[in-house]
Design a binder for this molecule. Structure first.
Ligand SMILES: [Zn+2]
Length: 629
């Protein structure tokens, strides 16, 4: 194990060379005082090259990985601009809230900008970015840069002051470290924003490849206590295998080192955000200790790791923007996120983080959920990607009718279909793995972006296995449909069925959320506060008049519980008597009678006899089973 970066001079091996080379020749310095992180204030001080006259400085707005204008501008507070001791006048652009016009006096070569960031929006995912014991710094939240500049062309020299005794992880390299003060090698603004930093009082680093192997792969963990950092030997082996499986899948890598930044805490926001050389993952504090949470979150790190190839290296042209003020267009998010979701879950199974049975239960749940999306009759999948700006932070009410960020889960079905068609067309000689090696592989080396279009995807698929790919993919993403695309499951040798046996993934979800999911039978999802979270249009509950937001009080005249509701479904199946629900809608109470007699309907995959089991072939490990210690 390599001790981490608090020894001055250590790891001064400069990786600055892999930053896109800035061309302006003028460096912005940013110093971030993080010692107030426990009360969620980050203090930022910038020195910016300046010339006399009106200068427009901008705060990053369109954030990579968020795909939307999520830069937390409303949390920028205490803003001042100065030239030496002289306070400078500024005003915000009345239309563009992220732009500041500063009046720079004659003879000025450099100005200072200082502000505090209220760190209440962790990585754009909602929730706090810091707690008493840890923090997550996303540099886009603490910088300003000249309006119009390309982020590759802006050089930044960054430094931080951490709370006393905290240790940290980041893909940035330090040029100097003294106590809790760290100075990083200058990088482009692109690389800085692509390199978040986590730090905490409780920190651990786990090496995933043998000492000295290039590139290094590590997990940096921070948590609220040492107990929550305890990763099992089986998990460590699985994450080591994940690195091997990704290498086997893509055949090349586009980073010089990789850091899984992993925050375990109930006190901060939860998210996963991808970067070229790291990923910023934040989950509940007990995720490593609680088997159900562990199962639910098992594909997080594989998903974000996959993004280093699919999303960061290969990126839709409309998401590969010049700087953080240029709008992003999400029409290819079914590739950026959808293919990542598929490959991430495949790698989760191949690395042993989920068993084949568990992987099938996850897929059955995904397929059933999408097959009951009433919104698919009016909204094409592509529109869910184009609408990410408006859809991402919405609540679950009527989500099945509106559709949510379906380009993630529906990507699982579409890319499984593509994978199985390639296997069928080539009689098992080729697969989507061959596409990945062509599309995401190439030469290993420093981070770089290779943009693509829809036509590039089609051309590369045809090179692996000729087929009507353009027509198929347009049908999948641009057309509306009554049902989810289940062809991949069927080509894979399985079919989606419903019965009354538990689905491990749904059971884990219900256990953690303390709610109940009866979406495929009665047509309701109920949370632990007894509220109907959503009602599926066309379902028995919908036809009876129920809607999200109403509160379930009683089932067949008895105080409701999840188990009682499930008993009532079974009872009605036997007795053929309607189920009666007493429901509160704000101040009013009403009894709803639901004539539903088909019992529980829990999704599963069932093997179809006599067909090749491509699905299991896809999910099986492709590397030697024992990763090197
Ligand atoms: Zn993603």
């Amino acid at each position: 194990m390599r001790p981490f970066l608090l020894v001055p001079g250590m790891l001064a091996i400069s990786l600055a060379c892999f930053a896109a080379k800035p061309t302006s020749g003028q460096t912005i310095r940013v110093a971030v005082d993080l010692t107030d992180a426990p009360r969620n204030i980050f203090h930022s001080s910038l020195s910016l090259p300046a010339t006399a006259g009106e200068m427009i400085l901008v705060y990053p707005k369109w954030i990579p990985g968020n795909h939307r204008p999520s830069g937390p501008i409303a949390n920028v507070t205490g803003l001042h601009f100065k030239s030496g001791d002289q306070e400078l006048e500024w005003h915000r652009d009345p239309i563009e809230m992220y732009s500041f016009h500063v009046t720079v006096p004659p003879g000025t070569k450099e100005i200072q900008a200082t502000f505090d960031l209220i760190s209440a929006d962790s990585a754009g995912g909602g929730g706090l970015a810091a707690s008493s014991n840890l923090l997550d710094l996303n540099w886009n939240q603490v910088v300003l840069y000249p309006d119009g500049a390309a982020s590759d062309a802006v050089e930044i020299a960054a430094s931080v002051r951490l709370p006393e005794g905290w240790k940290y992880g980041t893909a940035l390299t330090t040029s100097h470290a003294a106590g809790n003060e760290l100075t990083f090698n200058p990088v482009s603004l692109t690389t800085l924003v692509d390199s978040p930093l986590i730090a905490g009082a409780h920190y651990r680093q786990i090496e995933l490849v043998p000492a000295g192997e290039i590139p290094s792969h590590v997990i940096d963990l921070v948590a609220e206590s040492d107990a929550e950092l305890q990763m099992t030997p089986a998990d460590i082996a699985a994450y080591r295998k994940l690195v091997m499986e990704a290498d086997a899948l893509f055949g090349a890598h586009h980073y010089l080192q990789y850091h899984f930044l992993y925050t375990l805490s109930d006190d901060v926001g939860h998210h996963g955000v991808e970067h070229h050389q790291s990923s910023d993952n934040s989950v509940a504090g007990r995720t490593l200790l609680d088997p159900k949470l562990h199962f639910l979150e098992a594909d997080l790190l594989p998903h974000e790791f996959t993004h280093s190839w699919n999303g960061k290296y290969r990126r839709p042209a409309d998401l590969a923007t010049r700087n953080y003020q240029q709008p992003m267009i999400g029409d290819l998010l079914w590739v950026y996120e959808g293919l990542t979701d598929y490959l991430g879950r495949v790698l989760t199974a191949r690395s042993g983080l989920r068993t084949l049975d568990e992987a099938r239960d996850v897929l059955a749940f995904t397929a059933a959920m999408l097959d009951h999306r009433a919104g698919r009759t009016w909204r094409p999948l592509e529109d869910t990607g184009l609408s990410v700006q408006t859809l991402r932070m919405l609540g679950p009410q009527w989500e099945n009718w509106r559709r949510g960020l379906d380009y993630y889960p529906e990507g699982d079905l579409i890319w499984l279909e593509v994978d199985t068609i390639i296997r069928k067309q080539t009689r098992g000689r080729r697969s989507l793995d061959d596409f990945c090696r062509r599309f995401h592989g190439g030469d290993s080396g420093r981070p770089t972006v290779v943009p693509y279009t829809f036509d590039d995807i089609v051309r590369e698929l045809n090179a692996v296995a000729p087929y009507e790919w353009a027509a198929l993919l347009k049908e999948r993403v641009k057309a509306t449909s009554q049902h989810a695309p289940l062809g991949g499951i069927e080509n894979g040798g399985w079919r989606l069925i419903y019965n009354d046996k538990p689905n491990a993934f749904m059971s884990a979800l219900e256990s953690e959320s303390k709610g109940v999911d009866l979406a495929y039978s009665l047509g309701i999802l109920v949370n632990k506060e007894s509220q109907l979270v959503d009602v599926i249009p066309g379902s028995p509950a919908y036809e009876a008049g129920l809607g999200p937001g109403m509160k379930l009080l009683a089932v067949n005249h008895r105080k409701w519980s999840s188990e009682l509701l499930k008993q009532a479904l079974r009872g009605a199946q036997a007795s053929r008597q309607p189920i009666e629900l007493i429901v509160q809608n704000s101040e009013f109470f009403k009894t709803y009678t639901i004539p539903y007699f088909e019992g529980e309907k829990i999704p599963h995959l069932e093997k179809v006899g006599g067909q090749p089991d491509f699905l299991s072939d896809i999910l099986k490990s492709k590397t030697a089973s024992a990763p090197k210690p």
